[in-house]
Design a protein around this ligand. Structure first.
Ligand code: KG4
Ligand code: ZN
Length: 357
C-alpha cells in the first residue's frame, strides 16, 4: 500500500452535487486538494423545499462537469488517484444513484478500488480532516436531513445515543422561516432576524425535554409556531417569533446535549472528552455559543469543523473513503444505493406517530 493515499469523493445524496480530491498527510490529517460543491438552492426555491426529481435531473446535468472540475483544481489526473468513494446512502435514491453510478463507472474503467460511503460516516469523520483527533468522541450532527447524537468509536463503529423522532433541526428552522415568509432554506435568515427580536416575547413548547433521554422532537414546536404565525401583526412580531424560536431551540439543545454528554461518560472507556458539532445548522453562531458554554461547564473540548466541511460536501466523502480503504473496507461495484442506512444498526427506528417517552 502506498504511504499517502489520494481519493476522489463524490456526493449527491440530496441537493448538492459535489466532488473533491483529498490526500492523506504524514501526520494523519488530510489535505484538501479540491472541494467543489454546486448547490441547487435556485432550482428548489420556488417549491419551498427539495423536489427529488428536480434534484436528480440537476445532478445528472452537473456531475461530469463537477468531477472534472475537482480533478482539474487538484492538479492531478485520474492516474494519480488511489481510489474512488461515493455516497451510497442515506438520502434520496434518485439522487444517490447519480453520484454512486458515476463513482462506480470511474472505478470500474480505471480498475481502482471503490468505497461506498455512508453520508453520516462522512460527517462523523470530517473533523479528522484538519485536526488530529483520536477516537472516541461525541458528535452532534445537526443538518437539514439529520439530527443525531453519536458516540464515534472508530471507523465503522458508532453508537447512536439519540436522534430526532420527527423533524431534523434544519428542517425545523426552514419550516419556521417559511411560515415567516422567508425563502427556502431560511435557517440563516432566522438567525439574522432573531438578533432584531425579543427572545422572551413568545413562549414556545419544548417537546420531550425531560423524557426520552437525548432523543429530540421538534414537531410540537413547529405546530406552535404555525399557530402564532397566523396572528402576527407586524414585522417586529416576526422578529420576536424568530428570536423566541431560536432561544427555545437553544434551550432544547442545551438540555439534550447535557444528557448526551452524561450518557457518553457513563461508558468508562470514554475518557477523552471531545465534543464535535457538524452539519449546516452548526454555522449558527448563537447555537455555537450556547454549546460552547455547555462544553466548558462539562469540561468537554468543543470542535466545530469549518463551515465548508460542516455542510454537505465531497471532501468528507473522499476522507471517509481513505479511512475505510485503510481498514480494507472496500466495496464491489454491485453496492446499491440505500434510502435508509443507520450508522448504528442496533439502534431502534424512532420515527412516526405513536411514540411515547
Ligand atoms: O448540512 P447542510 O448544509 O445540508 C443538509 O442538510 O443536507 O444543512 C442545511 C441546513 C438547512 O436546513 C439550513 O437552513 C440550515 O442548515 N442552516 C442554518 C443556518 N445555516 C444553515 N440553520 C440555522 N442557522 C443558520 N445560521
Ligand atoms: Zn449531510
Amino acid at each position: 500500500m502506498k504511504e499517502k493515499l489520494t481519493f476522489l469523493g463524490i456526493e449527491t445524496s440530496c441537493d448538492e452535487t459535489a466532488a473533491a480530491v483529498v490526500r492523506e498527510k504524514a501526520d494523519g490529517t488530510g489535505e484538501i486538494l479540491s472541494n467543489i460543491v454546486s448547490s441547487q438552492i435556485e432550482e428548489h426555491k420556488e417549491f419551498g423545499g427539495v423536489v427529488p426529481e428536480i434534484a436528480a435531473r440537476a445532478h445528472v446535468e452537473k456531475i461530469e462537469f463537477i468531477i472534472n472540475k475537482a480533478l482539474k483544481e487538484s492538479g492531478l489526473s485520474f492516474n494519480n488517484i488511489d481510489g474512488i468513494s461515493a455516497t451510497a446512502g442515506p438520502g434520496l435514491i434518485v439522487c444517490l444513484t447519480v453520484g454512486l453510478n458515476a463513482g462506480k463507472a470511474i472505478a470500474g474503467s480505471l480498475q481502482k478500488p471503490f468505497v461506498a460511503v455512508n453520508h453520516l460516516e462522512g460527517h462523523a469523520l470530517s473533523p479528522k480532516i484538519n485536526k488530529k483527533i483520536k477516537f472516541p468522541y461525541l458528535l452532534l450532527l445537526i443538518s437539514g436531513g439529520h439530527t443525531q447524537f453519536l458516540e464515534v468509536n472508530g471507523v465503522n463503529s458508532y453508537k447512536r445515543l439519540g436522534t430526532t423522532i420527527d423533524d431534523a433541526l434544519g428542517e425545523a428552522f426552514d419550516k419556521t422561516a417559511k411560515l415567516l415568509g422567508i425563502e427556502f432554506p431560511g435557517g440563516a435568515k432566522i438567525e439574522e432576524w432573531a438578533k432584531k427580536g425579543d427572545e422572551n416575547y413568545f413562549k414556545l413548547p419544548k417537546p420531550i425535554l425531560n423524557t426520552g433521554g437525548c432523543n429530540l422532537s421538534f414537531s410540537g414546536l413547529k405546530t406552535a409556531v404555525l399557530k402564532i404565525s397566523k396572528k402576527l401583526k407586524n414585522q417586529s412580531e416576526k422578529y420576536h417569533l424568530a428570536s423566541s424560536f431560536q432561544k427555545t431551540i437553544n434551550e432544547i439543545l442545551y438540555n439534550k446535549t447535557k444528557v448526551a454528554m452524561d450518557e457518553y461518560l457513563k461508558n468508562k472507556k470514554n475518557k477523552q472528552k471531545y465534543f464535535v458539532i457538524a452539519g449546516g445548522v452548526a454555522s449558527n453562531l448563537s447555537i455555537r455559543e450556547n454549546l460552547n458554554n455547555l462544553a466548558k461547564e462539562k469540561k468537554f473540548t468543543s470542535i466545530f469543523p469549518p463551515v465548508n466541511l460542516c455542510s454537505d460536501n465531497a471532501a468528507m466523502i473522499a476522507w471517509a473513503g481513505i479511512e475505510r480503504f485503510k481498514m480494507n473496507l472496500t466495496n464491489n461495484l454491485e453496492f446499491p444505493s440505500k434510502a435508509r442506512w443507520p450508522l448504528d444498526s442496533s439502534a431502534p427506528f424512532l420515527k412516526g406517530p405513536g411514540l411515547k417517552f
